[in-house]
Write a protein that binds this ligand. Structure first.
Ligand SMILES: [Zn+2]
Length: 307
């Protein structure tokens, strides 16, 4: 049987929120089988649990925000991406403010934390959402078109294309395909950082956003070039970060997908719209388990061996 996974022990991290600039403490704790991933706002007078789900996503303007009973957590996507990449099913995430810390702007610090705590299998079958019919969402047309879709696939594969016109981005790859069967999330995707432009950052700061952002946790560009003195971590770091974000956004459905995701200029809002479209079509998916782990796609069955 292909089993669910959780952490072996708890682990903590302290950082600042990208937008709020607020100091925040995270405690990642093991959870029982079938708990799923649950954020808990422990700073509120009465702690509020926010289980991840496609419909818990309430704001996607700059990051993916989830809510429950009036409590929110902003910028969950990089941590969710690490959970997706390591195949974690059950986890409590205690948080002392309303935004997940940005750490280094990628998922690699979360990967390190989760792997350091150890990942263990649990005695319950791992449940996947298998896409059985193509599902697509699309907006705009001509030069403004953007779309995202899921197709049936025995495994998990993502293909993303960006279309930025900027001297620092034009020269890098604008399209990436990442296949969990043949690629390695920790090596190939997790280190890609979020990115932004100085002119946007100035505008965002004037509006009380991006207060925790800087060269330590983002690729920052002016109108011509990358300003970080150590350059890029991957030649195609920009589009790889979009794959990282998409993996986090899609994991908010609450179970790993068996599907091929492809997208052109998609973002947090469209990724969530795609999940809602899928869930509105019961003919387009089914929940499956693997009694025989050898029948599961190898990239999803052999994830992150327990340390
Ligand atoms: Zn991101």
């Amino acid at each position: 049987m292909l089993k669910q996974r959780t952490l072996q022990s708890l682990t903590k991290a302290v950082g600042v929120g990208l937008h709020s600039g607020q100091r925040v403490e995270l405690t990642l704790r093991p959870a029982q089988p079938d708990t799923g991933i649950v954020f808990r706002r422990v700073d509120l007078p009465l702690p509020v649990d926010i289980p991840i789900s496609a419909v818990a996503v309430t704001d996607t303007r700059l990051a993916s925000t989830i809510s429950n009973a009036g409590a929110k957590v902003f910028t969950v996507e990089h941590l969710m991406s690490a959970c997706a990449g390591l195949g974690l099913d059950n986890l409590y995430i205690d948080i002392t403010a309303e935004e997940v810390p940005i750490l280094d702007g990628s998922a690699s610090s979360f990967v390190f934390l989760l792997q350091s705590a150890g990942i263990v299998e649990q005695n319950a079958p791992k449940r996947f959402i298998r896409v059985t019919q193509p599902v697509e969402v699309r907006e705009g047309d001509g030069a403004n078109v953007k779309w995202a879709r899921l197709d049936p696939h025995h495994g998990y594969k993502l293909s993303f294309e960006i279309d930025f016109h900027h001297p620092a981005v034009d020269s890098t790859g604008q399209r990436v395909v990442f296949d969990m069967d043949t690629g390695n999330y920790v090596r190939d995707i997790a280190r890609a950082r979020t990115f932004g432009f100085t002119r946007d950052v100035e505008m965002m700061r004037a509006n009380g956003l991006a207060l925790g952002g800087g060269l330590d946790n983002a690729i920052v560009m002016d109108d011509y070039k990358v300003l970080n003195s150590d350059g890029l971590r991957y030649d195609d770091e920009f589009v790889k970060h979009k794959i990282l974000d998409a993996m986090g956004d899609l994991y908010l459905i609450g179970k790993p997908l068996l599907a091929a995701y492809s997208a052109f200029r998609s973002g947090h809002a469209m990724n969530n719209k795609l999940l809602r479209e899928l869930l509105s079509r019961p003919d387009a998916y089914e929940v499956v388990t693997f009694e025989d782990a050898r029948k599961a796609p190898p990239g999803l069955a052999q994830l992150a061996p327990a340390w």
